[in-house]
Ligand binder design. Structure first.
Ligand SMILES: [Zn+2]
Length: 332
């Protein structure tokens, strides 16, 4: 939560009943708390459509208004950062939400804008976690899919929004049309409405394995181990299981193979973002906020975790010399 001068609250992917602006950066579940505030939401059109497809609700949309601007975050379709200014003291902020610096074709390239203060997502805080070039990871996924579908079947486990649509595109580019779960199909449909061409076949849980037997490849958020066993038994075929997630760098999943395809920034990308944005001060946000702030300070940046309930007073003293307490913005 940010309190601007005069007490206006800006809710950043969080619930606040009396927020002046209720910002929803993108349609991933862990960023949708603002839906429960009952207030109109400020989000991209794509995010509003994705929320409708996921949750079956259509919150009212609020325009950003003067001093506010949304910029692409490069994370998933519709993901946006929020730039805003405190009109009383001139301090500017940018909140990233989930973001990445590498270009993801389906999400578009991130836009970077200078601000006094950046509030940065902390999903991947450790400097030793380094994502490879996306093109190399995609090549490896395509090589694997091509090879294994020659004589067997392949099932990928995936998040329903973002990674699944990227996988569909990755497979389409080598001539494969994957079978997807109903939830992934509903989200992919929204991507298509925003002119992202994807070829896939949607199947319910009952017919999923039969369709995968035909198409040779499938993507689901459901239990792939169970689906793979049933498919192997019913069609007497070899079935390979895979997952594509940035977490593959740090967690071992129970699949035959795991690909570290991420739509987040790793530590190096976060540093690049801060350098390019040339911010005066950085607040980290999210469950790894403390860890990211620690490593950023170690790398020489002025950074602290937002969860500390910290005030920005003192950080930008030259802008706050009026001495009027009402001109102090706060981050809590
Ligand atoms: Zn996300």
């Amino acid at each position: 939560m940010i309190y601007l001068s005069g007490g206006r609250r800006i809710a950043l992917d969080e619930r606040s009943k009396d927020a002046y602006l209720n910002f929803i950066s993108h349609a991933h579940e862990d960023h949708l708390a603002g839906l429960r505030s009952g207030l109109p939401a400020t989000a991209s059109r794509e995010t509003m459509e994705l929320i409708k497809a996921r949750k079956g609700v259509s919150p009212a949309m609020a325009e950003t208004g003067k001093g506010f601007e949304m910029l692409n975050a490069g994370h998933v379709l519709g993901s946006r950062q929020l730039y805003f200014e405190d009109e009383y003291n001139g301090i500017s902020y940018i909140y990233t939400g989930d973001f990445q610096m590498q270009e993801n074709e389906l999400a578009g390239r991130i836009e970077i804008r200078n601000a006094d203060i950046a509030i940065i997502d902390s999903t991947y805080p450790f400097p030793n976690v380094r994502f490879d070039e996306r093109t190399n990871v995609i090549d490896a996924i395509q090589f694997y899919a091509r090879k294994k579908t020659e004589y067997g079947r392949v099932i990928f486990s995936s998040q329903v929004l973002g990674k699944a649509q990227e996988l569909i595109k990755i497979f389409n580019d080598i001539g494969l049309t994957p079978v997807v779960s109903e939830r992934i199909g509903a989200i992919s449909n929204v991507y298509e409405r925003f002119n992202i061409k994807l070829d896939y076949i949607t199947a319910d849980e009952k017919t999923f394995i039969d369709k995968v037997a035909e198409q040779r490849i499938g993507i689901t958020e459901n239990n792939i181990k169970y689906a793979a066993e049933r498919l192997a038994e019913k069609y007497n075929t070899k079935v390979y299981t895979a997952i594509a997630t940035g977490l593959a760098k740090s967690i071992r999943f129970g699949t035959d193979v795991q690909f570290a395809l991420s739509d987040h920034a790793d530590f190096r990308q976060t540093v690049k973002y801060i350098d390019e944005g040339n911010f005066k001060y950085v607040f980290t946000k999210g469950k790894n906020a403390e860890i990211l702030a620690y490593y950023l300070r170690k790398a020489g940046y002025d950074a602290e975790a937002m969860e500390n309930g910290s005030s920005i007073g003192g950080v930008l003293t030259e802008k706050q010399k009026s001495g009027d307490n009402n001109l102090n913005s706060q981050i809590v």
